[in-house]
Design a protein around this ligand. Structure first.
Ligand code: SF4
Length: 217
């Protein structure tokens, strides 16, 4: 897809989803980092139910770094994979205390060097907590939707991110990720994409000529 058409896709999505944005509740970079780690394999709504009591118990990176592991596990248990997530949270908090004086760092390089933090998490934190765009957060929705529409042709998150950053201006990277995620959640769902009600149906490479895409494609 060329940049002019890609720009039209972005514009149509922005018009359809004026409320697009980060759906995790947070007050600062620390809270967003924790919430994003918890959101793996879990809905944002469930994470938002857990984090108020979590942040009351652990109001800073330093307090989290000194947490009792069993207590932390019980607090985040509803988000699933609680043992692995607890270890990630504590390892991450300890590294931030040791390497960054307890302040969440604001660069991709520093973030991805933290235990349990990959590019997707780092991109979410940079975009929403620091208003910095060093890449594009690619989750399962972005991967699926960007391929369906035809913005990219890539099988993995790294390939999708590479193609998208080449297609859109940096100033739009954060917005684009938010829009593709919300479009994937509300309309272009994995199993039953609502193509008849889709705001970008005229650009989508699957519809019109091929009909709706196969489930999960
Ligand atoms: S037309 Fe269908 S497959 Fe294409 S983006 Fe819209 S909902 Fe997804």
């Amino acid at each position: 897809m060329d940049r002019a058409v890609a720009g039209k896709v972005l514009k149509a999505l922005a018009k359809a989803y004026p409320d697009a944005g980060c759906e995790l509740d947070f007050q600062n970079p620390f809270e967003l980092l924790v919430a994003t780690i918890l959101s793996a394999q879990c809905t944002d709504r469930r994470v938002n139910e857990v984090t108020p009591s979590l942040f009351r118990r652990y109001p800073s990176v330093a307090v989290l770094a000194a947490a009792d592991l069993d207590e932390l596990e019980q607090l985040i248990r509803p988000t699933g994979f609680f043992r692995a997530k607890s270890r990630s949270l504590m390892g991450c908090a300890l590294a931030i205390v040791e390497r960054h004086g307890g302040q969440v760092p604001g660069s991709m390089q520093e973030l991805v060097e933290l235990p349990g933090v990959g590019r997707k998490t780092a991109n979410v934190v940079l975009s929403h907590a620091f208003a910095r765009h060093e890449g594009i957060a690619v989750d399962t929705h972005v991967l699926r939707v960007a391929n369906r529409i035809g913005l990219v042709q890539a099988a993995d998150a790294a390939g999708v991110e590479n193609d998208l950053v080449a297609l859109f201006p940096r100033s739009r990277w954060g917005q684009l990720s938010d829009l593709l995620i919300i479009h994937g959640r509300r309309t272009c769902t994995a199993r039953r994409p609502a193509c008849a009600a889709c705001p970008v149906v005229r650009f989508c490479r699957f519809t019109g000529k091929d009909g709706p895409p196969a489930a999960g494609r």
